[in-house]
Design a protein around this ligand. Structure first.
Ligand code: SAM
Length: 249
């Protein structure tokens, strides 16, 4: 049967494509993509013209079955998304899962991913991190989610959109306090790439002063909860200590 290649594409800079990706595009019979017009233009830059197959978040499950059928017939397929690594806040998971269940070979080609690229330049601990993707769009759900993450000691990585970043930072400040360090990595690999870090309260203030500072695509990285210097006592331990201290001279 055919092979499914998972191919990362650039997140803004056309040079961030690998030689291997270009070889695979040249070899496969079909390219599964989110926005076939957008991907047609992208591949056009590299002189590649191939038949496309549309795969969106909302139709992925049904379309995955069709792709599996094609692969079983011997068709070689490359799966790409609009930008960066497929499956990372992008379609592809159902296709890969169904292929693996059907015993079809899945070959991943590494490349650009906004979360990892941003983390590497953030100066925030990179040994352990949680990728949280997009926060919920609705305010209540977003606040609840952030509240649940407030105690997380690992670095937190979020994808965010230009029109919601200030609201999100307000909610982040509510949940984590203003003192935690955060970095906003904007337009990575593009002309207006900016990587700005500060404590949350000041970062939020600085961003709200100029709309240009919140334009474009962005990754928000927040330091994990620092280890507390103070020993925290629960109610019972506290009571025991009070009892003991009463007996002390
Ligand atoms: N699959 C992609 C990846 O590997 O990074 C992510 C796709 S997701 C639909 C798009 C989000 O990724 C954007 O809203 C933004 O948060 C982030 N992103 C993509 N390109 C970026 C860039 N050049 N600079 C900063 N963030 C970027």
């Amino acid at each position: 049967s055919g092979i499914l290649y998972i191919v990362a594409t650039p997140i803004g800079n056309l040079q961030d494509i690998t030689r291997r990706a270009l070889d695979v595009f040249a070899q496969v019979d079909l390219i599964a993509a989110e926005d076939t017009r957008h991907s047609g233009l992208l591949l056009g830059h590299y002189g590649i013209k191939k038949p496309f197959f549309a795969l969106h978040d909302h139709n992925e499950q049904q379309k995955a079955a069709l792709l599996v059928e094609k692969l079983q017939q011997g068709v070689h397929i490359a799966l790409i998304s609009d930008a960066g690594t497929p499956l990372i806040s992008d379609p592809g998971f159902h296709v890969v899962r169904q292929c693996r269940l059907a015993g079809i070979q899945v070959v991943p080609l590494p490349g650009a991913c906004a979360a990892i690229t941003a983390l590497c330049a953030s100066g925030i601990a990179s040994d352990r991190f949680c990728f949280e993707g997009f926060l919920p769009a609705k305010s209540k759900a977003r606040r609840d989610k952030l509240q649940n993450l407030a105690e997380e000691p690992r670095t937190l990585i979020f994808y965010e959109s230009t029109h919601r970043i200030l609201e999100t930072l307000e909610d982040v400040e509510l949940a984590f306090g203003g003192e935690r360090y955060a970095v906003l990595a904007r337009e990575i690999t593009k002309t207006w790439e900016t990587i700005s870090g500060d404590i949350i309260s000041r970062l939020r203030q600085w961003l709200s002063e100029d709309p240009n500072r919140t334009k474009g695509e962005m990754v928000l990285i927040i330091e994990g909860k620092p280890k507390s210097e103070n020993i925290e006592f629960d109610g019972q331990a506290l009571k025991a200590l009070q009892l003991i201290s009463r007996e002390l001279p």
